[in-house]
Design a protein around this ligand. Structure first.
Ligand code: PCA
Length: 203
């Protein structure tokens, strides 16, 4: 059976839980659109997250890769269009790193487009009744970092494996603990992610 590597992140900053972790735990091992879902949780660490996801890719040999990240404050599920070759954050990762503005790979292209069908994903998520739109920036924190690492890894190997990133809003549980975030139920977040996977095609 085809395999889809679905990744989430551990909690970070002022978010005591990360709904991406809960969604990945829930979907892991299930079958969606003919893919067996291989779930993994990544560290919020500029030094380790890229190495870890590449290790998972080498082990799983997935037919598609979708990474999920929390975008606290967003109210829609947002497939990301492009990853940029840049690390910059005044907020710490979980190891205290605050990159001041540097390329991820000195020889890498400035940006790499998602190889997931982002338009179709938005359409099908909306068709399922959920708010969705394409996002044109994943920021310059960990989510963009991981998206770039994966896209560049496949590009270097001339592999066309569909891969990219989806940012999701907070869950209700997170919103209540945080105090000031728009939120969805975990069930709806997971349903929107599953809907997006339905349009990731393979030969
Ligand atoms: N969201 C962060 C990093 C981890 C996560 O879930 C981001 O948007 O960069």
């Amino acid at each position: 059976m085809k395999k889809l590597l679905l990744t989430g992140f551990e909690p970070f900053l002022h978010y005591p839980i990360n709904p991406t972790q809960q969604i990945v735990e829930e979907l892991k091992g299930s079958e969606v659109n003919g893919y067996r879902i291989e779930g993994e949780i990544l560290p919020v660490d500029f030094n380790r997250s890229g190495k870890e996801i590449k290790k998972h890719i080498d082990r799983v040999r997935p037919d598609a890769v979708i990474s999920l990240g929390l975008a606290g404050g967003r109210d829609k599920v947002t497939p990301e269009r492009v990853a940029v070759n840049w690390n910059e954050s005044s907020e710490k990762d979980n190891e205290g790193n605050t990159p001041d503005g540097e390329k991820i790979y000195s020889q890498g292209p400035d940006g790499i487009f998602s190889t997931l069908p982002v338009k179709e994903m938005v359409q099908v998520i909306k068709k399922n009744g959920f708010p969705s739109e394409i996002s044109n920036t994943a920021g310059t924190y960990l989510c963009n970092h991981v998206m770039y690492q994966v896209l560049y890894y496949f590009r270097q190997q001339n592999r066309s494996t569909p891969s990219g990133f989806i940012h999701i809003p907070a869950s209700h549980e997170l919103a209540v603990r945080h105090g000031n975030l728009p939120s969805w139920s975990l069930e709806d977040l997971a349903a929107a992610v599953k809907a997006a996977i339905e349009v990731v095609t393979y030969d």
